[in-house]
Design a protein around this ligand. Structure first.
Ligand code: PLP
Length: 401
């Protein structure tokens, strides 16, 4: 009989992936399923990227990758961080990883001792607390309400810090809320962090180009260059270039941190597939900044359409976020209602279950992100499906009483 390691006791399977697995099961039974559950861009991987990877495969590239990434790619990422994000960085300070998820994993495994605390503002991306737990750390979740646009306030940060605090995790634009921190808001958090030199900052900027204003989001290390030595900037190719299935991301920070992360990576994946790295080099070489900044505009229109449709859904309250590609309607007013069959909607998980079972619409409950009652709706499916999914939600919610 399998005996599960104690480190897994408090770690749960990714909730977003679990919802999608359930949806897949319903679809295989012939049900119509509309997925507003997964955070995957609807655009395909640009051809120049696919061609570069195919050429690398044709050349027979298949040798062991350098642990921290191909030199050319590390140099191009360093140049991108400098030119686009305003972060001074050498290629030796960059690590290429198998998805940005792995960059976060490497960082936590490389730095946390049992009991070390990591401050995570909620709503948060589902994997942060679980990665911290897997690395023997303790997540310290700080709740950020709708009233404060789901953003961490400097006084909340100050109050959450203890002598055991090792990291603060920032994510802007945010999954699941779409909140985007302004430079001023980041600067105010930096002011607090200056008083606590033991704290490292992990800035997850994977949605950087999904900003409705059309500008890239501000980078923490650029706003507070004096804290750049303590900042690990995490990013990847999954969202900007739709390369989620290629599994490639990167981290940039102090050389000694990158070296420690390299130690972890050398025993875990040995490095990212060279063919995939060839595609990533092409992404940085061939895809223009204007094209990337256009991503936000595409979703801006979808976001407006979805918000106007949700305005008719009684009991769901949503504010337009600054970016990413999600909506995060507050569903407090639906809790306590009953379905036509008399089933109680006691939590946002019950609500998500009801939408899935009664209408085949996949959503993710806010509780998965450490903050509810709410639902995360992804705007990434085809526009007609998105509209149909929202219509079905409206219909299902109108039947509750
Ligand atoms: N960070 C955030 C905020 C995310 O939403 C995701 C994926 O959804 C990731 C990191 C992981 O991305 P990947 O590992 O595909 O680079």
């Amino acid at each position: 009989m399998m005996v599960q390691a104690s480190r897994l006791r408090e770690v749960s399977f990714s909730n977003t992936l679990a919802m999608n697995q359930r949806a897949g099961k319903l679809a295989s039974q012939g049900r119509e399923v509309i997925s507003l559950g997964i955070g995957e861009p609807f655009t395909e991987v640009p051809k120049s990227i696919r061609d570069a990877a195919a050429r690398a495969a044709e050349r027979g590239e298949g040798r062991s990758p350098p642990v921290d990434g191909i030199a050319n790619l590390r140099a191009r990422v360093a140049a991108k961080l400098r030119d686009v994000n305003g972060i001074a960085c050498e290629p030796a300070q960059v690590q290429i990883t198998s998805g940005s998820k792995q960059a976060i994993f490497n960082a936590m495994m490389a730095t946390l001792n049992p009991g070390d605390e990591v401050i995570i503002p909620a709503p948060y991306w589902v994997s942060y607390p679980e990665i911290v737990r897997l690395a023997s750390g303790s997540p310290v979740v700080v709740s950020c309400s709708k009233k404060q646009d789901y953003k961490l306030l400097p006084e909340q940060l100050e109050a959450a810090i203890t002598p055991k605090t090792r990291w603060l995790v920032l994510n802007s634009p945010n999954n699941p809320t779409g909140a985007v921190y302004s430079s001023e808001e980041l600067a105010a958090l930096a002011e607090v962090l200056r008083r606590h030199p033991q704290i490292l900052i992990l800035s997850d900027e994977i949605y950087e180009f999904y900003v409705y204003s059309g500008d890239a989001a501000a980078s923490f290390a650029a706003v507070a260059p004096d804290l750049a030595e303590r900042t690990l900037t995490v990013n990847g190719f999954s969202k900007s270039y739709s390369m989620i299935g290629w599994r490639i991301g990167y981290a940039a920070g102090a050389k000694d941190l990158i070296d420690a992360m390299s130690n972890v990576q050398s025993h875990m994946t040995s490095g990212t597939a060279t063919i995939v790295q060839a595609g990533a080099i092409a992404a940085l070489e061939t895809i223009s900044l204007d094209w990337l900044k256009g991503l936000g505009a595409t979703y801006n229109a979808r976001c407006d359409m979805a918000i106007s449709m949700l305005a008719d859904v009684e009991g769901m309250e949503v504010v337009k976020p600054g970016g990413a590609f999600y909506l995060y309607p507050d569903c407090s007013k639906l809790i306590g209602k009953r379905t036509r069959e008399g089933t109680l909607i006691g939590t946002d998980t019950d609500l998500a279950d009801y939408l899935l079972e009664s209408r085949g619409v996949v959503t993710v409950p806010g509780s998965a992100f450490g903050h509810g009652p709410a639902l995360r709706l992804s705007l990434t499916c085809e526009q007609d499906k998105l509209a149909r999914g929202l219509t079905l939600i409206r219909e299902a919610v109108s039947e509750l009483n």
